[in-house]
Design a protein around this ligand. Sequence first.
Ligand code: NCD
Ligand code: ZN
Length: 346
Amino acid sequence: MDTLSIIKPDDWHLHLRDSPYLQKILVHSANQFARAIIMPNLTPPVRNSNDAESYRQRILSALPQGSNFQPLMTLYLTDNTSLDDIHQAAESNSIVGLKLYPAGATTNSDAGVTDLKKMYPVFDAMQQRNLVLQVHGESNKKEVDIFDREKVFIEDSLDPVRRQFPELRIVFEHITTADAVDYVSSENSHLAATITPHHLLINRNDLFTGGIRPHHYCLPVAKREQHRLALITAATKGKANFFAGTDSAPHARNKKESSCGCAGIYSAFSAIELYAEAFEISQNFSNFEAFMSLNGPTFYQLPVNQDKITIQKSCWTLPTTLNYVDDELIPFKAGQTLQWRLIENA
Ligand code: NCD
Ligand code: ZN
């Protein structure tokens, strides 16, 4: 098999930042995907329907001419999110969900939720209005070992929310552990998970090969090899509640290569090819289309795309740097060779 055509994929977790960076990076996602869920962690965050609509307009105006790329908007949950905010979001045609960042858990999460229990009335309204809760699933307790934060979050936060709101549709974003795979697999169709290309392709050793590797640092941080293998199995097995979400999160080179480097990996430039690389490891593409293009729309209750894309087995080399306004952006796998290339995108 050296070419493969599938229904055009969507990116179910994407950071597009804002002007002027937005203008530099949007083209990469628009070249690859039909739609993307746009994360709301701007400064200040996207907190209500008005913020989301003006951000959506900025995204649409930054699109290359002729692009049909569709941004699907999310709101950032804070301690002050009101029931009115939820009802207005439910009335909007462009907002699909609300993102829960435990305060301090990741980049631009300081305005996030400090006490999950206090959000229960908001979750109740979201459940009633059929809005999706997207979750950054890591404990924000500083005393919890960074490699255990996802597992602890499942036990002390996610599972209690699932039990209290069984009809609330939740996406456990960018999962990194076998524990998360097992938990999501054991639940029903109201819980799904996104998996990033980088968590399928690197483990925690890759953060330290020959020295510290800031461009492999993201949150949740990559885990042991056994966890990466569990993610590969989850992605390739075709189960409906796992789908692609890149968590492509650009940071300027000088912010990554620093004494306190930012968390975030930029994969949007070659996201589909990176996922293909991961499926190549398992030598089984039979569920590639399900993972990339079918499971996401089914969970989000959106139509499956009409267009098709084609990838071809042919080696190519990623650029070493990309332009990022007054700095550079280092794409994931910069300067390395990939085996699959996107050759047709309707
Ligand atoms: C993201 C970012 O930079 O916005 N960083 C990351 O490491 N993934 C935030 C997030 O999704 O956690
Ligand atoms: Zn993210």
